[in-house]
Write a protein that binds this ligand. Structure first.
Ligand code: GLN
Length: 489
């Protein structure tokens, strides 16, 4: 029973809870047992929520009146999403044991939907990284091969979902941090259109790029989670007043006549041949379901990573100035005066990658270099957005790889920061342009590591992206494979 329960998707579990076949307590206990069994190997969680069982018992009493399809489903949140009274530290030493005085809007909405919070998930420090190795709490290992990284920065979230430690998770995506770990761990992850989910209570990395989204086992689960958390929130001026209607209800699986473009430059040098083959095979599956697929030239690929890193670091250097040892979390134990307090707290409290980005960001914003770097990057951002606008005049969706390779070995990326940055080539432009995009499992390499394909839609194309992914998952079973060798039927 326990294993069968673990193989259910979030929606299947929600349905079984509703019919009374499984209780909320049973589901929660099973997830907690799995956590206890696998955390020693994986390190997906930074903090466990103490009250999960009490919450499950309380929810069980309300099952009959439950409206959300996710009612009673155990889930977890990335550690940059604020939870009232529960430690939220962005995997950084500088936040210490900071327990926020309020919930993030997305956390609030999941509570209202009746989900059970299991805890807070490991990540790269302040969401800066592609491997979860910059976490102060040590890396999260990949459940498919524990000598490999889980991806980043939402590595804890992707690994926890893949390892069945929770039924879905929320991550954040500034330049690929939902999609890339989802691809390395063989799960489904969605970065919704900028503005879909309120950023209130999301600890900011780069505010014009950050977006919260789901990591789950299926596209249908992602749709249900987004239905629960999206929409206008007056505490985030950039949140959108979305048209009524549910994303889940829109999943027909019918993609006949859908026009899908493959940007030729996304399949050029630097892409691992097995990743390329798996994404092309995914294109064939979509074609078999009636989509029209063609390759087209897409310019500006070489500018995407530099533009992203200039803008993301500039925004980060400003956002992270609030961590000074006075307002939140940790403070250096010894200091001489106020300036020394700031200096020592930030020197000792931030890790190397975060410091590198604050320095880079402060540099590109400095008066001597602002025009040459920051302003230029904003101009290129506008050109990238125009290139996507043109592509979406011809295509409903674009299909690309998520990452040039499968999950690297632990330790490989940290020694070569530039190489790590370059591996973000297929994901960052989506954030620069405010688009919707999803990563879905589409195969395995010769080592048995998962490969992901990315579907990119225009702004507010979330429903189209999810429907194409749902159609793909109706024809394939990659998303059902488990790193523990158990295949669901
Ligand atoms: N890997 C990218 C970075 O380090 C993306 C991070 C993210 O999306 N949070 O900035």
């Amino acid at each position: 029973m326990v294993k069968e329960l673990l193989e259910l998707s979030a929606l299947e579990l929600g349905a079984a809870i509703k019919t009374g076949d499984i209780s909320v307590t049973e589901a929660t206990e099973t997830a907690l047992e799995t956590m206890a069994e696998r955390e020693g190997d994986l390190n997906c969680f930074i903090t466990a929520a103490e009250q999960a069982i009490d919450r499950a018992k309380a929810l069980q009493a309300g099952v009959r009146d439950a409206e959300s399809p996710l009612y009673g489903v155990p889930m977890a949140l990335k550690d940059n999403i604020c939870t009232k009274g529960l430690k939220t530290c962005c995997a950084s030493k500088i936040l210490g044991d900071f327990a926020p005085p309020y919930d993030a809007a997305a956390a609030e909405r999941l509570t209202a939907a009746g989900t059970v919070l299991l805890g807070k998930l490991n990540m790269d420090e302040f969401a800066m990284g592609s491997t979860t190795e910059t976490s102060f709490y040590g890396p999260t290992r990949n459940p498919w091969d524990t000598s490999r990284v889980s991806g980043g920065s939402s590595g804890g979230a992707a690994a926890a979902v893949a390892a069945r430690e929770c039924f879905f998770a929320l991550g954040s995506d500034t330049g690929g941090s939902i999609r890339q770990p989802a691809s390395y761990c063989g799960v489904t992850g969605m970065k919704p259109t900028y503005g879909t989910v309120s950023r209130y209570g999301l600890i900011a990395y780069a505010s014009s790029l950050d977006q919260i989204g789901p990591i789950a086992r299926t596209a249908a689960d992602c749709a249900a989670v987004l239905d629960a958390i999206r929409g206008k929130d007056k505490r985030d001026a950039t949140s959108l007043d979305l048209p009524a209607g549910s994303l889940l209800a829109g999943l027909t699986g019918d993609i006949r006549g859908m026009r899908i473009g493959l940007p030729a430059e996304c399949f050029a040098d630097g892409l691992h041949p097995q990743v390329s083959a798996a994404v092309h095979a995914a294109a064939d599956v979509l074609k078999d379901r009636g989509a029209q697929v063609e390759t087209f030239p897409f310019p500006l690929m070489e500018y995407m990573v530099p533009t992203y890193y200039i803008l993301a670091c500039a925004e980060a250097s400003s956002n992270l100035s609030r961590f000074d040892g006075v307002k939140y979390g940790w403070r250096a134990p010894e200091y001489e005066d106020l300036t020394d307090l700031y200096c020592r707290t930030r020197t000792e409290g931030f890790g190397a990658e975060v410091k590198r980005r604050i320095l880079l960001g402060a540099f590109v914003l400095s008066s001597g270099y602002y025009d040459a770097y920051y302003k230029k990057a904003l101009q290129v951002r506008a050109l990238i957005k125009e290139a996507f606008d043109r592509a979406f005049q011809r295509y409903d969706l674009l299909l690309t790889p998520v990452s040039p390779t499968t999950a690297p070995a632990l330790g490989e990326s940290l020694s070569e920061a530039l190489k790590m940055y370059l591996s973000d080539i297929y994901t960052v432009s989506v954030n620069l342009s405010g688009l919707s995009a999803l990563s879905m499992p589409c195969g395995f390499d010769e080592k048995g590591l998962p490969i992901g394909a990315q579907l990119i839609g225009p702004a507010l194309g979330d429903g189209t992206v999810l429907n194409a992914a749902h159609a793909f998952q109706l024809s394939t079973d990659y998303h059902k494979r488990s790193p523990y060798g158990k295949e669901a039927d």
